[in-house]
Design a protein around this ligand. Structure first.
Ligand SMILES: Cc1cc2nc3c(=O)[nH]c(=O)nc-3n(C[C@H](O)[C@H](O)[C@H](O)COP(=O)(O)OP(=O)(O)OC[C@H]3O[C@@H](n4cnc5c(N)ncnc54)[C@H](O)[C@@H]3O)c2cc1C
Length: 292
């Protein structure tokens, strides 16, 4: 079935893109790689009259890193580029792993990490690990620029905190403190090829055997990628024993509210969340003890 008619705009600056988005109102949509958007348009789930591509905006595909300001991933940086970037692989290995576990090579060569976040699917592979790492979203709109924690960006399935006319220009991930370890584990029916039935990102910062900071973020088990704060609270300030990890993993699972859908039953999701939370926390603890 052919896609419905729409106008295609390709502005060359963020300001032009914002102006076009404001002018187009509800009939206009921003497009990065189009791997989510075009599927919805072809399936007639969306009928935008204007698509505003970000691809011709200079510099928006940049990926930069320095110890002080951390990692910046531009809005049109491809999943494939994030997955293979040497500095990301070195300093943020789970960010690279999450990008690499998104879809297939064709989609990763078109789709973007920022598009994955703005699509706001509860199962988005890149959200849990980026929230676990305290990422922030840089936004530009008709009233200027603002930044917000990624943790506050998701409002429901397909719904973000973006206001009319606003565009995400980049995400920023701070440099993790010393002795920090991370892990991302996802489960899906067809390996990495389809969206996760469950995804879990964990970050642990250690002082000897004591946990000084932790994030546990579960994807596809609630309307938004979910920080399981009660489980995190159980671990902070404590010696990170296997027994405590098991109890916190159970608590993390209790905090989720999964549904049954084509990818998995609610019961399966709840049981497996406990299992992968244990594995992710043990992996993150191991990495934290190695990292200076
Ligand atoms: C075959 C297939 C397999 C897939 N498998 C997975 C998977 O395993 N895991 C997974 O997480 N996803 C998967 N996806 C979904 C998809 O590939 C990702 O969500 C992709 O990262 C979206 O990025 P994009 O650049 O293509 O976004 P687009 O399709 O261009 O945009 C997605 C949404 O975000 C908005 N948007 C994009 N960029 C911005 C911006 N800068 N500011 C504001 N709004 C913006 C758009 O308006 C749109 O609503 C799969 C898709 C396909 C087709």
């Amino acid at each position: 079935m052919p896609a419905p008619h729409f106008d295609y705009l390709a502005p060359t600056t963020v300001d032009e893109a914002v102006a076009a988005l404001v002018k187009g109102g509800k009939d206009a949509r921003v497009m990065a790689g189009g791997t989510d958007l075009m599927v919805k348009i072809r399936h007639r789930a969306l009928f935008p009259k204007q698509l505003i591509s970000l691809k011709r905006i200079d510099g928006l595909d940049a990926i930069t890193f320095d110890e002080k300001s951390g990692l910046t991933i531009g809005a049109t940086a491809l999943l494939a580029d994030v997955a293979s970037h040497p500095m990301i692989r070195k300093h943020y290995p789970t960010v690279a792993e999450a990008a690499e576990s998104t879809a297939n090579v064709q989609v990763r060569n078109m789709g973007t990490v920022v598009g994955n976040l703005c699509n706001a699917s509860p199962s988005a592979d890149n959200a849990p690990t980026l929230i676990a790492l305290n990422a922030a979203v840089n936004i530009t709109g008709p009233n200027g620029t603002r930044s917000m924690p990624l943790d506050e960006f998701f409002r429901g399935p397909g719904i973000t905190a973006l206001e009319t006319g606003e565009i995400v220009t980049s995400i920023v991930v701070p440099t993790p403190p010393a002795h920090t370890g991370t892990a991302y584990i996802s489960i899906s029916q067809r390996g990495q090829l389809d969206c996760s039935a469950i995804g879990l990102g964990a970050r642990v910062t250690m002082d000897g055997n004591r946990c000084t900071d932790v994030r546990i973020v579960v994807g596809a088990c609630a309307p938004i990628p979910l920080r399981t704060k009660a489980a995190e609270k159980m671990l902070v300030g404590q010696e990170l024993t296997d027994d405590l990890i098991r109890k916190a993993a159970q608590k993390a699972s209790d905090e989720t509210s999964p549904i049954t859908d084509v990818r998995a039953s609610a019961e399966y999701r709840q049981k497996v969340t406990t299992v992968i939370a244990i594995r992710a926390l043990i992996d993150a603890r191991k990495m934290a003890k190695r990292k200076k």
